[in-house]
Design a protein. Structure first.
Length: 404
């Protein structure tokens, strides 16, 4: 189990509890896709990447975008959960634990924007829908499909426990499959899984409930969800509040309120610059490369970055539930972290800050730095699809300013 480390006066560096798990501090590395699983198998670089973040002082690190089955992957180098990768994942969790941190794994299914070239299957979704992100049309799910996916989530969670993960994070946001059922934009069903919010919640809530049954009562289940999709006709914050309460009732141990829709408003969840040129350079599909060159600026909207940009909506979620809520969105300093914890959030999730500097938490705790000098260029996102996650400014030796 993770060890408790000495802390300074900030609550950030005090232990916090999710389910039956106690973290050494209140920081969690968010589920940012690493791009370090060649042929869908976690590699040595992925192990070392998370070991470094654990050594850098994080309370818990999240291994990102693990599909619950092969038909739910977005990339050929995205892992999907299966028995043969358990020994490698066990080495990863052992390495993280040795550095004193906890390890979580994010489990999801891409649904209508799954990659047919990687999975070999026609994508599935709540309703028939054209996905410009993939230039594909998905097949509407049957109740048998839903049962299979539900079981896949349960099997993946059970496998994650055997691999030594201290928690799982179910991805029910960002336009992934469970989020697609919640969003009116992707869910046009006329049966008991579509229409009213109660109906749209039925399948996502049933997945969380089933995972809870599989892993038992105390095991930590985090649920990443949307506060809003970010466009007209999508999920709204008022619907999200109801969804949060339903997820709590279904068995979630903690919530991570985010926003955005990967296949439509992909940078709404991060804010900052859109590195279209880098995306085009890293893209391997000639058709997609041409499409991005011609229409990238029209399809992928740039949303200005500001600190704590999700605070107001996330607080509405926090105030509506009794379980811990982890804040994510625009955290750039220890002052930001203190502010959200003082507002009642129990944990803080950070992503790009750890890409920029894996030792960021250790440095903040020691007083070496008070903030992160990430400029939100988002070129790291393009690198994920090309050579694996990294900060291009850091790897190219560009001068970085220091926050004191």
């Amino acid at each position: 189990m993770p060890q408790t480390i000495k802390n300074n006066k900030s609550k950030v560096f005090t232990p916090g509890k999710i389910g039956n798990l106690t973290l050494r501090n209140r920081t969690i590395r968010s589920g940012c896709f690493e791009g370090l699983s060649p042929d869908a198998t976690p590699g040595e670089a992925l192990i070392e990447y998370h070991r470094k973040i654990a050594a850098g002082g994080i309370g818990m690190t999240t291994v990102a975008y693990c599909a619950v089955s092969k038909d739910g992957v977005a990339f050929g180098h995205e892992m999907w959960m299966r028995e043969e990768i358990v020994p490698i994942l066990k080495r990863l969790t052992d390495a993280v634990h040795k550095e004193g941190a906890a390890a979580s794994i994010q489990l999801g299914h891409c649904g209508f924007f799954a990659n047919k070239r990687a999975s070999g299957r026609t994508p599935i979704g709540p309703s028939r829908k054209l996905c410009l992100f993939r230039y594909s049309i998905c097949r509407p799910m049957t109740e048998d499909d839903m049962q299979h996916v539900r079981e896949d989530f349960g099997k993946a969670a059970k496998t994650a426990v055997r691999a030594g993960f201290d928690a799982v994070e179910i991805h029910a946001g960002h336009g992934y499959l469970l989020s697609q059922f919640l969003s009116p934009w992707t869910n046009g069903r006329k049966d008991r899984y579509g229409g009213s919010l109660e109906n749209r919640l039925r399948f996502p809530a049933s997945v969380i409930k089933y995972v809870r049954e599989v892993v038992g009562p105390g095991y930590p289940i985090l649920v990443k969800m949307n506060t809003e999709d970010g466009f007209k006709g999508g999920l709204t914050i008022h619907e999200a509040v109801t969804a949060a309460q339903r997820f709590e009732a279904a068995g979630a141990s903690a919530l991570v309120p985010s926003c955005g829709f990967t296949a439509r408003t992909s940078f709404y969840m991060m804010r900052g610059q859109v590195p279209i040129r880098e995306y085009i350079k890293s893209e391997r599909n000639p058709l997609t490369k041409i499409g991005m060159a011609l229409f990238g600026r029209l399809i992928v909207k740039e949303v200005p970055f500001k600190e704590l940009f999700l605070f107001d909506h996330a607080k509405m979620i926090k105030d509506a539930v009794k379980i811990p809520v982890a804040y994510i969105g625009g955290v750039t300093s220890l002052a930001n972290m203190n502010q959200v914890l003082e507002a009642g959030f129990e944990f803080v999730q950070i992503g790009r800050a750890t890409v920029r500097d894996p030792d960021v938490i250790k440095k903040m705790q020691s007083g070496e730095i008070a903030g992160v000098d990430c400029d939100h260029c988002n070129r790291c996102v393009a690198e994920m699809a090309a050579t694996g996650i990294c900060c291009p400014s850091e790897t190219k030796g560009l001068k970085r300013k220091e926050y004191k």
